[in-house]
Design a protein around this ligand. Structure first.
Ligand SMILES: [Fe+2]
Length: 714
């Protein structure tokens, strides 16, 4: 760390919470909160993400020059409502750093400014809902609607915004607002936020078709199964450069999906709705973008906001928008707001020129070789049944470690879950411990002590069967620091080995030609976890936290869906391809480094790439270059040498409903939970011992069918 460096911290406090740290105008580190708390789309309380950034960069608050933040729906001044009883915000009045609060679409726009490849560009922001009219800190040349009663302005919210960026200056050209918070009981399809919002409508239809809070991308994957001629009524009115949702059709839709069984039974019904919605959104988008195109002479467009994640619509925009070049921001959702806040601070508040960005969208911290080695050396899978008998001894080991390092007396409890990974909970009063109590269901699988403490520290409660259990009020972070995890892991491993309760110890190799070794495994049909350098920032795995496989082997797609991703069969997998070869396999010649545009596969390759081609012949492609993805590029080259093709199936390193893994511990936990064959992590390759040869410290141990009891493919 240099004392001369200028640090700006950007924070997003809405859903998909995140933090981004700029060092002298370049992204030093950035993280989405969900990667740390393991809760999809987690937001608000920013302590975890902020702490992660500062610790990764090894700086303290006094090293920060500026903090810039945004919260959607309402502006945030104190942040006090984000933090439950007993938990205070790290960034508060006492942190001693100036804090600037900006509005939502402006933050989205500055994400494109900071990470975009153009010196001059138009920028379109399109999402579910932005800030209220009264809270917006920018005034555009054209603002719609023009006749809003000043007394009612606070009820109107940002819907879409259009800017021009040139010579370091961002000029708002058009801002469209819509009334927000309206909800008609009879219309289950009504957008949940702003009226007439394209992003809101898409979210509402997604919830109608799937229920719950699943990802928007699922609707895009479902649409090609729908029939084009079932629903023909326009969803949108397109008038004077503005998009309006027609609501008169909504009351006809009264079968929202309430269960997975219902979804399977009514698959065609929901697919038809998805198809209709997708086509209508494409129509509205092309209309909006071509209209805005006429307001600027720019040939470059940056498209951001959650709607910009629609890879199918993006491909159409590339052909029909009239812009020569389009940059689709990889962190287009509200996660990217933190990046935009940071760049606003650098460019606008501090008045600095933006620094060239190298195109990377991977901003997570790097884990050293020694750190990974330590995790691998101490990782064991204890037998769940037998390890329950050791709870008192395990508890003692952890308690002694805490006390030795902190001097604090702390009572702890331990829950050994079925997978054999133990979780830890703390009893602030030092009182009763209920060993048999299952921990909150979100955490009942594969949650390490470290992860759980982070989760508690972010203000969450532990609950047992819907009953609030502990609401820890102390300084968990200092306790976490005091807990010497590697020491605890070392002692636990000795305990497990001594008592002969291990099911499995990882077999770790360090092949000299790691990529060639991995490529050969892939050619044999093995499925690999791939963990390298700092994690991706955004919803797509791009070769840092990926699951990789042969793109064409019959049966592999189903195997991954059922035994690794645990997700629906209809969802497509995506291909990663060497950029120089993309036009060989796909009808596409540009770079697509963020997996955010679809292209058609060339017919002669359709069969060989069957696992990464959707039912309509499209693929959501990632082109790979060595500039910021060196080892993944090297792997694709090695795979091409071994197999003859330079395409791999690349899906995110997680299962359904789980954020992508962040730490080596996360990766190891998930590796042993699912049907992955091997894990490449840094310079190491980890393989599972075959179930009938499981051993512990050279002794035969009690075997399990597999690490997770999943049936193996033949
Ligand atoms: Fe947004």
């Amino acid at each position: 760390m240099s004392n001369q460096s200028t640090y700006v911290l950007g924070i997003n406090l809405s859903h998909d919470g995140s933090a981004c740290l700029l060092k002298d105008g370049k992204i030093a580190i950035a993280i989405e909160k969900e990667r740390l708390t393991h809760r999809k789309h987690d937001g608000k309380n920013d302590n975890d993400a902020v702490r992660y950034c500062l610790e990764a960069e090894k700086i303290k608050f006094e090293n920060l020059t500026l903090i810039v933040q945004n919260q959607n729906f309402s502006m945030l001044n104190s942040g006090s409502d984000q933090f439950p009883r007993g938990v205070s915000r790290l960034i508060g009045e006492g942190c001693g750093v100036p804090i600037v609060t900006i509005s939502h679409h402006l933050a989205h726009a500055y994400n494109a400014v900071g990470t975009g490849p153009f010196e001059e560009m138009a920028i379109l922001v399109l999402d579910g809902c932005g800030n209220a009219y009264d809270d917006v800190i920018e005034k555009a040349i054209d603002i719609y609607p023009r006749d809003v009663d000043p007394d009612l302005q606070h009820l109107f919210f940002e819907k879409d915004s259009f800017y021009h960026f040139r010579e370091e200056l961002l000029t708002p050209l058009v801002k469209d607002f819509s009334p927000g918070g309206m909800n008609f009981k009879d219309n289950v399809l009504f957008p949940p936020t702003t009226k007439h919002s394209i992003g809101g409508l898409y979210s509402a239809v997604k919830e109608y078709c799937f229920g719950g809070t699943s990802d928007e991308g699922k609707l895009m994957g479902l649409a090609p199964y729908g029939r084009a001629d079932v629903y023909k009524e326009p969803i949108f009115d397109l008038i004077d450069g503005r998009v309006f949702v027609r609501y008169n059709w909504m009351s006809h839709f009264r079968k929202p999906c309430l269960s997975h069984d219902q979804f399977k039974k009514e698959f065609q019904y929901y697919a038809d709705i998805a198809q209709w919605t997708q086509k209508e959104i494409e129509r509205a988008l092309v209309y909006l973008v071509t209209h805005r195109r006429r307001l600027t002479t720019s040939n470059n467009l940056a498209f951001t906001g959650g709607v910009a994640l629609n890879a199918v619509a993006n491909a159409i925009l590339e052909k029909e928008s009239g812009f020569d070049n389009i940059y689709f921001t990889p962190a287009a959702g509200d996660n990217g707001v933190a990046i935009g806040c940071a760049f606003y601070g650098w460019c606008r508040v501090l008045g600095q020129r933006r620094a060239p960005h190298n195109g990377s969208s991977c901003f997570g911290r790097c884990y050293s070789r020694e750190f990974i080695r330590g995790i691998l050396d101490n990782f064991v899978i204890p037998n769940a049944e037998k390890s329950r008998e050791l709870v008192p001894e395990i508890t003692t080991i952890i308690a002694e470690s805490m006390q030795a390092h902190s001097g604090k007396r702390m009572t702890i409890g331990l829950n050994v879950v079925d997978a054999g990974i133990f979780t830890l909970f703390l009893d602030e009063a030092g009182g009763k411990i209920d060993h048999s109590a299952p921990i909150y269901s979100d955490l009942s699988l594969y949650c390490s002590a470290e992860q759980l403490i982070r989760w508690i520290n972010s203000g969450n409660h532990l609950a047992v069967k819907n009953r609030e259990f502990f609401d820890y009020k102390g300084d968990i972070h200092s306790l976490m620091t005091a807990l010497n995890l590697s020491e605890v892991q070392r002692r636990l491993r000795i305990l497990f080995e001594t008592r002969r309760i291990c099911d499995c110890i990882p077999v770790t190799k360090e092949p000299r030609d790691l990529c060639q070794y991995a490529a050969k495994l892939l050619v044999k049909g093995k499925v690999l976890g791939w963990f390298q350098a700092g994690s991706e920032f955004g919803p797509r795995a791009l070769g840092r936290r990926s699951i990789l496989a042969d793109p064409g082997r019959t049966g592999l797609r189903d195997f991954i869906n059922r035994n690794i991703k645990f997700r629906e069969d209809f969802r497509p997998f995506a291909p990663s391809v060497l950029y120089e070869d993309v036009s060989e396999y796909f009808e596409y010649e540009r770079e697509s480094p963020y997996m955010i545009v679809v292209a058609r596969v060339k017919p002669r390759w359709a069969q060989r790439l069957q696992n990464v081609v959707h039912c309509d012949g499209s693929s959501r492609i990632q082109t790979v270059t060595k500039e910021w993805n060196g080892r993944f590029y090297e792997l694709l080259r090695a795979y091409k040498q071994a197999s003859g093709i330079s395409v791999l199936l690349n899906t995110s390193f997680n299962r359904r409903g789980m954020p992508i893994v962040e730490t080596p511990s996360d990766a190891m936990g998930f590796f042993y939970e699912c049907g992955l064959d091997a894990l490449v992590i840094g310079d190491f390759l980890v393989e599972k011992q075959s179930p009938n040869r499981l051993s512990c410290g050279g002794r035969q141990a009690v075997g399990r069918k597999s690490a997770v009891g999943q049936p193996r493919r033949q």
